[in-house]
Ligand binder design. Structure first.
Ligand code: TMP
Length: 238
């Protein structure tokens, strides 16, 4: 597969055309941002870890019947994915209170919910990714009701699979953000990434944060946390 011109550069990844019109190549960067790009930094080795971890988790999800954009890992930082049109919704699933949930609703972090929650943000940096509900998403023509139904079903299915997978290596899956895309024929598939950038991961025994909150909140040892998650998932570092 030939890497052709760059289509897009986001905060954590670059996307390239390929000689196959149905496929793109994503390249993961070490750049990190938080608070809608207001805080900027570098997490050394993050690109390689997020690439490998996303691919590992997407393949696990495929085996469990979740359609994803994953095609083939090319090297440490680059992966071939199916070309999709991204549904401009950030789909957030929560098992335990943390982050904006704790902040917005005035509760402490660490409350274990009886059932997971789901919410959508409108993926729009100029507006600061505002929270929206499914009626707003339909009014804005971001997705149809049928697409939203599929996204909700897949998101909860993904939550069950990821919770079990992380728990097996001593990690509690607190919350995470997903993005979905449409293939040419309209099929909804999981896209983007699943990594410590997009999940809150706490050590099951100590509660230690093993995710991007270490960067957001200046907790130190950011690289070490990403490496620790990778090591537990694969038994080795990338
Ligand atoms: P929140 O508590 O800040 O809303 O974050 C919920 C989850 O979503 C958390 O695991 C981090 C992830 N997330 C992203 O992946 N991208 C973002 O831009 C934000 C705000 C959160």
């Amino acid at each position: 597969m030939k890497k052709l011109e760059q289509l897009y550069e986001g905060k954590a990844k670059k996307v390239f055309q390929t000689d196959d019109p149905a496929c793109l190549i994503v390249e993961y960067k070490d750049d990190a941002t938080a608070f809608n790009g207001q805080k900027k930094g570098t997490i050394l080795g993050k690109g390689a870890i997020n690439n490998r971890m996303t691919n590992l988790l997407m393949q696990m999800l495929e085996h469990r019947g979740v359609p994803t954009h994953f095609v083939q890992e090319l090297n440490e930082r680059e992966t071939v994915v199916k070309k999709v049109t991204i549904v401009p919704l950030e789909v957030i699933v929560r098992n335990i209170s943390a982050g904006h949930f704790a902040q917005n609703y005035g509760v402490e972090e660490g409350i274990v919910f009886e059932e997971p929650t789901i919410e959508f943000s409108y993926k729009n940096d100029d507006l600061g990714d505002p929270l929206i509900n499914s009626y707003h998403a339909k009014a804005l023509k971001l997705a149809t009701q049928a697409e939203i139904d599929t996204i909700v079903r897949l998101a909860f299915q993904i939550n069950e699979a990821l919770k079990e997978f992380f728990l097996a290596v001593g990690i509690t899956l607190v919350d995470f953000k997903l993005e979905f895309g449409r293939l040419e024929d309209g099929t909804i598939v999981l896209a983007d990434e699943i990594s410590p950038d997009t999940c809150r991961l706490w050590d099951k025994e100590t509660g230690e944060k093993l995710d991007k909150d270490r960067f957001r909140r200046d907790l130190g040892n950011v690289e070490g946390a990403y490496q620790e998650v990778m090591k537990r998932l694969t038994g080795s570092q990338p």
